[in-house]
Ligand binder design. Structure first.
Ligand code: SAH
Length: 398
């Protein structure tokens, strides 16, 4: 098909990052670049397909675009991946990547293969504001929110490194997927980065692109109550709540955000979560801390709290990190706790810690990124994705 030459736009504009741009923003940018109106929709779809179905990292590969269009897009748009700083392999198959989005802005993503699924755990912020006392990330201050593009890029990078694009393309679309589920359970509080997380969710779940069903995307929150209804309405994802305590006294100590949004308000928001049903249950995460929240009375109180909420409970054995103030509950204690919850009719799988040997398990993520002074922060603000994917250092421990 003949391709209209695309006139160059103003050269002083920084390259526009395509990954993470909502479709309408992408179309608007193409129109600004001089793509004729009648072609904008088609060009946007072509780019979308290259980015999110074929995993292109280079405009040169986009063979259904004319050479002139490829060169012009390469000049004005960027699809560079953020840089992988480190890749570690656990003996259990878990893989953890440390990703540098910009100088001084690093966060981690973790791939957890299981028999019936593959889950990618992604970060929504560099650092965190919440200071949960049992969480390693909580000891790192917030550096900044990740952009929608930086959030989506974590999936693109994982697919690159796992070789999933090629597997998916195999045998005329009958190919395999390694990553079937996404959890926002990496670094940061996703509901404190609402707009970017929402835009990312729309791209991750787009049926003509990455196509991860919203039923397989779980957003975990420490309980930012006012944003919970919006998450249901505007994202429609599965919800997980980091509960961890059944009285305000204990939960205030573990999750200081509870002082702002106490348990009763949190439970009310859960009961009202849009789309909640037996098929779309809320997951309650509960970290088992020895002598703190693991008694039989706590288990019974938990059951009473959840009454009327379609729920499942994830009991997470505490994952230790250097200088942590807590110990993991004994195995018998965890089993007794799980039994009480199970007998009340709730599924309560004890989550097998994954990737502990590479500090990739729940709550162990932390990057060396430090909060900068405002002036320095502006310098690393997310104007676009950092260019270049340097060589990946393998610290494999298979
Ligand atoms: N801020 C969000 C997203 C982080 S999810 C939230 O709080 O839900 C990370 C999950 O791991 C949370 O449930 C968190 O409470 C849990 N976690 C944190 N530190 C942990 C640790 N040391 N051991 C086990 N789980 C931990």
């Amino acid at each position: 098909m003949a391709e209209a030459a695309v006139p160059l736009s103003n050269d002083t504009q920084p390259a526009f990052p395509l990954v993470g741009a909502p479709r309408d923003a992408l179309r608007a940018r193409l129109a600004e670049l001089g793509v004729p109106d009648r072609q904008v929709g088609m060009r946007a779809s072509q780019l979308w397909n290259w980015l999110y179905v074929r995993g292109a990292t280079d405009f040169g590969a986009m063979t259904n675009l004319s050479k002139a269009a490829r060169a012009d897009f390469a000049h004005h748009l960027t699809i560079a991946r953020p840089e992988i700083i480190d890749e570690q392999h656990s003996s259990d198959g878990t893989v953890k990547w440390l990703i540098r989005f910009a100088p001084g802005a690093e966060a981690e993503a973790v791939y957890i293969p299981e028999a019936d699924r593959g889950t990618l755990c992604i970060s929504s912020q560099v650092g965190c504001t919440l200071n949960c006392t049992f969480c390693h990330t909580g000891t790192q201050r917030l550096v900044r929110n990740l952009t929608a593009g930086e959030i989506v890029s974590q999936l693109l990078i994982a697919k690159d490194r796992l070789g999933e694009w090629a597997l998916q393309a195999e045998a005329k679309g009958q190919g395999r997927r390694l990553i079937t589920n996404i959890v926002f359970m990496g670094m940061g509080e996703p509901l404190y980065n609402f707009a970017n997380v929402r835009d990312a969710v729309h791209i991750l779940s787009d049926p003509e692109g990455l196509s991860i069903s919203k039923r397989r995307i779980t957003l975990s929150t420490a309980g930012v109550v006012p944003e919970i209804p919006r998450a249901g309405q505007e994202m429609g994802v599965m919800l997980a709540i980091s509960l961890h305590g059944v009285t305000d006294e204990v939960r205030n100590r573990l999750v200081p955000l509870n002082k702002k949004y106490p348990i009763a308000e949190l439970m009310a928001a859960c009961r009202a979560y849009p789309g909640l049903s037996n098929a779309k249950r809320i997951t309650f995460e509960y970290v088992m801390l020895k002598g703190v929240n693991d008694s039989e009375a706590d288990a019974r109180k938990l059951v009473r709290l959840l009454e009327g909420i379609p729920a499942k409970i994830n009991l997470i054995p505490f994952n230790p990190w250097p200088d942590a103030l807590y110990d993991c509950s004994d195995w018998e204690t965890i089993e007794t706790f799980a039994d009480i919850v199970n007998r009340a009719g709730y599924a309560s799988p004890v989550r097998t810690p994954r990737g502990r040997d590479i500090m990739a398990a729940c709550g162990q993520l932390k990057s060396a990124s430090q909060k900068q002074r405002a002036s320095a922060r502006r310098a690393i603000a997310p104007a676009g994705l950092d260019a270049g994917t340097g060589k990946v250092r393998q610290t494999a421990a298979h």
